[in-house]
Design a protein. Structure first.
Length: 291
């Protein structure tokens, strides 16, 4: 169990903001922090990792305090069992893939973990290449592996896939889930991609202006209906056209375009650009707007 209870004054684009977090995270969970830019999501990860100090409060991880303002406890980043992956890969350009991983080893730590990670993240053919010769997706796989070298308990992911194209992003989502499960991690992800969140997350925590305003499963957060059926996909409405007495809604799902027949009640509050779930009901596709 991770118990977060801290306050931190932050200065953002709109002035001073109080980041006030009270949150318990179950061991082994994969949760997503979601909300507008400047809501305090990245600051939460930096505070948990020890890169940013709260003004007051506590951080307790499995009965051990990493931070407690009353007891004057503040473990350094090196003393906290976290691995962090950012949108930019931050790899050493003058080192090979293997050397980047080996550089992350703790003093006295054996290299056995390197072989395991190269296998799990499928870096065997890349291990002797320099980062500048790799694609964005390959670099991010190296960044994931490097974050796991010291066998962290908590993996912190700050929009790691945001800069990648859809095809690579989908593949790396599978790597995230695989690594999360195989290494028994507790993972905290920041993402604005609702499809990614629905695919990966056990729980979503919504932040607005430094406060938790909502939390629940992805379905509870984004869809105000109980869905059932054989399929559920998230996408974006790109066009709504009237044809006689019905409407044809064109939806972009990843890199595919589908058309859904809808009646006037279904498109009443729907506009191009809206995020939707396409689900099945009595074998017919239906649309639910994501709030």
């Amino acid at each position: 169990m991770i118990e977060l209870n801290f306050h931190k004054k932050l200065l953002g684009a709109e002035g001073e903001m109080l980041l006030k977090i009270e949150l318990n995270i179950q061991k082994g969970a994969l949760i997503t922090l979601y909300g507008p830019s400047g809501a305090g999501k990245t600051s939460c990860l930096r505070i948990l990792s020890g890169l940013l100090k709260p003004d007051r409060g506590s951080i307790k991880v499995h009965d051990t305090y990493w931070f407690d303002s009353d007891q004057k406890i503040n473990r350094s980043p090196q003393e906290r069992a976290t691995g962090m992956v950012f949108q930019d890969y931050a790899l050493f350009p003058n080192m090979t893939v293997r050397e980047n991983l080996e550089f992350a080893l703790r003093k006295g730590q054996t290299k056995n973990i390197i072989e395991d990670l190269i296998e799990v993240v499928e870096l065997g053919d890349l291990q002797n290449r320099n980062p500048e010769t790799l694609s964005g997706g390959q670099k991010q796989r190296v960044a994931f592996a490097r974050a796991l070298v010291q066998k962290p308990e908590i993996l912190l992911l700050d929009e790691p896939l945001a800069a990648l194209d859809v095809k690579i992003r989908l593949k790396l989502q599978s790597y995230i889930y695989k690594v999360h499960k195989e290494f028994g991690l507790t993972t905290i992800l920041i993402s604005h991609d609702i499809g990614e969140i629905v695919k990966l997350s056990d729980q979503v925590v919504v932040l607005e202006h430094g406060k938790i305003v909502k939390k629940g499963s992805p379905q509870e957060i984004f869809i105000n209906k109980h869905l059932s059926g054989k399929f559920q996909f998230t996408g974006e409405v790109i066009a709504i056209d009237k044809e006689e007495v019905v409407y044809i809604v064109t939806v972009l799902i990843h890199n595919s375009i589908i058309k859904v027949v809808a009646d006037s009640s279904e498109i009443k509050d729907l506009n191009p650009g809206d995020k939707v779930v396409v689900a099945s009901k009595a074998f017919n596709p239906i649309l639910y707007k994501i709030e």
